[in-house]
Design a protein. Sequence first.
Length: 118
Amino acid sequence: MPIVSVEQVTPGMVLSGPVVDRRGRLLIPAGKSLTEKHVGALKMWGVPNVEIEGDDDGEGTVSPVEPELLERAYAELAPFFARVNREHPFAGLLFEYCSIRRARKAQKEHQEAGENVA
């Protein structure tokens, strides 16, 4: 279940988990194949990332973030966002973007070093 930034989501990808808003309301159910309208709506709703089915197809189109690295990135960046209301759409999106970016960088460094992520 790779976690993918909404900026990298393309039509045809299938959700492995539901997309919910900040209040927990269901926006798109798990198992749904995304269309162009879904991708646009995700961006409009300010959803930072989604879980998709499958693994990287080897063509570089989707680079899933390891959940352990993403959690570590959240913990590392939380102090920098301690005084920020992450419920605000922009602040929440910025926090998610920074976390994903940090996790991807760490994942790339682990892969280059030939280390096991976990």
